[in-house]
Write a protein that binds this ligand. Structure first.
Ligand SMILES: [Zn+2]
Ligand SMILES: [Zn+2]
Length: 325
């Protein structure tokens, strides 16, 4: 097991951290002041024991900055994530590919490509790359994916589940995959309430159900050797995180439980979250565990730091040390 610092010690680590924060600070909508190339151009691969992990980007989109940070005042969050002229912040769409001796697993599928011009503008969808393109860069076709895990069925997590074929029909993007979702999340998606109706789009799952490709799970489950889905309440009722274990090491895909590195402070939860106090309690348990056990953390909506280690700085505050590519 690779030893991980529990505190930031070396100057190299600090320099990497500063870079990460600078990138986060350069998170402007124009992208002009970004100092790094778009994520699609970067190699984003790591090994975890026997497993190969790759960040699979579906580009970026934008959401209202106030909604992304709940009760946190704008004067605080705009320092770490400057908004554009429409008050939106730019977010990554980081799916994760897990290649194991048993499966090729894709965790979440991005926002997908079924959007009208009006919605592309509204959500600021920018496909510098797409999930299929990111997979192709690794020499993988959609047919190579054996398992898709949907953390939940919000459109920015399940949008790439399906695509519109040239004949106009909607089809599952990954024809040979089983799609793993919590049964209760699937049932809720059929009948969302007024508070979360805008987050669910039937086109993202009906073609998968029609093709008989869903594999429903009920609570925590091992879906492939070393890969467990772990429901965590707070963002909504049935979001599942993914815990990946191999060779004595752990990676954790947080989904909307910890969407960006800016959401590391316990109280920085989203306005979208249905149960903010429960989410706060769950963060207070999981973040110290992630730091103590040296998890590799995947931040689905962080466009600059898709993964890294949670460590404490010299003041005992939790910060993210980006994983080196
Ligand atoms: Zn969500
Ligand atoms: Zn999301």
């Amino acid at each position: 097991m690779k030893p991980l610092p529990s505190r930031i010690a070396g100057s190299g680590d600090l320099e990497r951290l500063r870079k990460c924060q600078r990138y986060a600070g350069a998170n402007s909508a124009s992208g002009r002041d970004l100092e790094i190339p778009p994520q699609g151009a970067r190699a984003m691969s790591l090994t975890l024991g026997e497993f190969q992990l790759d960040i699979i980007s579906d580009g970026t989109f934008r959401l209202d900055g106030g909604a992304m940070f709940g009760v946190v005042p704008r004067v605080l969050w705009e320092r770490v994530m400057p908004p554009d002229e429409k008050h939106r912040v730019t977010l990554g769409l980081n799916a994760l590919l897990i290649r194991t001796p048993h499966d090729a697993i894709l965790v979440d599928t991005g926002i997908g490509a079924k959007w009208s011009a009006k919605h592309i503008e509204m959500y600021g969808i920018a496909h510098e790359t797409t999930v299929p393109q990111s997979l192709a860069r690794l020499g993988l076709s959609p047919e190579a994916i054996t398992l898709v895990i949907n953390t939940h069925l919000h459109f920015d997590h399940a949008g790439g589940n399906t695509y519109r074929a040239e004949d106009g029909a909607l089809r599952p993007t990954f024809p040979k995959a089983r799609y793993v979702v919590q049964r209760a999340e699937y049932d809720h998606a059929q009948r969302p309430h007024e508070r979360d109706r805008a987050s669910y789009l039937r086109d993202d799952w009906e073609p998968v159900a029609a093709a008989g490709q869903f594999a429903f799970v009920y609570g925590e489950a091992e879906v492939s050797p070393g890969v467990r889905v772990v429901p965590v309440r707070g963002h909504n009722d049935f979001t599942q995180c993914v815990r990946i274990s191999s060779g004595g090491r752990t990676a954790f895909y947080w989904a909307d439980i910890l969407p960006t590195t800016a959401h590391l402070p316990f109280a920085w939860v989203m306005g979208y979250d249905l149960y903010p106090v429960e989410l706060l309690e769950n963060k207070k348990q999981l973040i110290p565990q992630a730091a103590a056990e040296g998890w590799l953390n995947v931040f689905e909506h962080d466009q600059n730091c898709p993964w890294g280690y949670i460590v404490t700085d010299e003041n005992g505050k939790y910060v993210v040390q980006p994983a080196a590519p």
